[in-house]
Design a protein around this ligand. Structure first.
Ligand code: GLU
Length: 324
């Protein structure tokens, strides 16, 4: 009985295969015009209808969100001691941000500006920059990972905002970027104003997504898990543009000679190292490392190496501001 059922299945399968061997013209897939077929979307891509959002500036105010704690006294403390006792710093980041945290094509190891910032924190903690365990996080996972203590720090192009400061703490700012637009050269798109009625890609859980919704509510938005996915859907012409920080867009443009960053700066995006709320000793410790990088030439060297070729020269690292 079982053998007969299997034989019938094999017959049916070979009939299907024979049918696919050029006997009949392939039926065009619905939605795919002519002989073309639609490329698949990245996993977990979601297309949202146009909708507006409140101004990100209308978020709860906290004075200057980048004001952090002074480095002094951060070398010891319960959280810093616990990390030293563990012997490894747990760092949250993502491997899909070219220039910041991405897989080196030759070695396969994580590399980039954010990876090097994390490495310098480990150097100061342990005297050994390799004592790091990475935890791969999407943009939308950053606050939760800190709240759950899955990571000791997040170093992932994370903008310091008042809204986030209610959930997590931040170091001083270690890089200033600005939201802009990435489009295909010759597309006629010159900035956010041209995106009414167009499709724009962004990653969920980001300041970039909130700002597109606020500035250009007439755009339809595709959200994907990583910024690298946004480059893929732009290349597949499933969106017309991508919008996020210029530093991240420069990393995408560096991978595609047909893409260009256009339009005015739409925001200030000061990047900080995320730290679990209440871990003041760790905030001070990280701020001591960042202050060393600003003054001993390391910051300039890292900027020069990773970002200057794509972003142009920098005036220097952002000046730290403190609230204590
Ligand atoms: N700076 C933006 C943010 O923190 C986007 C960066 C990212 O998604 O990694 O939301």
């Amino acid at each position: 009985m079982r053998a007969r059922r299997v034989a019938v299945l094999i017959l049916a399968a070979s009939a299907l295969l024979a049918g696919g061997c050029g006997d009949r013209p392939a039926t065009p897939r619905p939605g795919g015009g002519g002989d073309y077929t639609e490329p698949p979307l990245p996993a977990n891509a979601v297309v949202a209808q146009p909708k507006s959002a409140p101004a990100p500036e209308a978020e709860p105010q906290c004075g200057n969100p980048t004001a952090s704690l002074r480095p002094a006294g951060g070398d010891r403390g319960p959280n810093v001691d616990a990390v030293r006792a563990r012997g490894r710093l747990l760092v949250g980041l993502d491997p899909g941000s070219n220039l910041f945290s991405f897989r080196d094509p030759i070695s396969g190891t994580l590399a980039g500006f954010d990876v090097d910032i994390a490495t310098e924190i480990a150097r100061d903690l342990f005297g050994d920059p390799r004592r790091i365990e990475y935890r791969i996080l999407g943009s939308a996972d950053r606050e939760r990972a800190l709240q759950d203590r899955t990571v000791d720090v997040v170093v992932k192009t994370m903008t310091i905002t008042c809204d986030r400061r209610r959930q997590v703490d931040f170091s001083t700012a270690y890089l200033m970027s600005h939201q802009r637009v990435l489009a295909v050269k010759g597309s006629g798109i010159t900035g956010m104003a041209d995106l009414a009625g167009k499709r724009v890609c962004a990653v969920g859980g980001t300041t970039s997504l909130d700002r597109i919704r606020h500035i250009q509510p007439a755009a339809s938005i595709m959200t994907v898990p990583t910024w690298a996915d946004c480059l893929v859907v732009l290349q597949q012409r499933q969106v017309d543009a991508v919008s996020t920080d210029d530093a991240l867009l420069a990393g995408l443009a560096a991978q595609d000679p047909y893409a260009e960053v256009v339009g005015a700066d739409l925001s200030d995006e000061p990047y900080g190292v995320g730290v679990p709320k209440g871990n003041d000793d760790m905030v001070r410790f990280v701020n001591a490392t960042l202050q060393r990088l600003r003054t001993d030439g390391t910051w300039d060297r890292l900027y020069q190496h990773w970002l200057a070729p794509a972003l142009g020269p920098a005036a220097g690292p952002p000046e730290p501001t403190y609230r204590d």
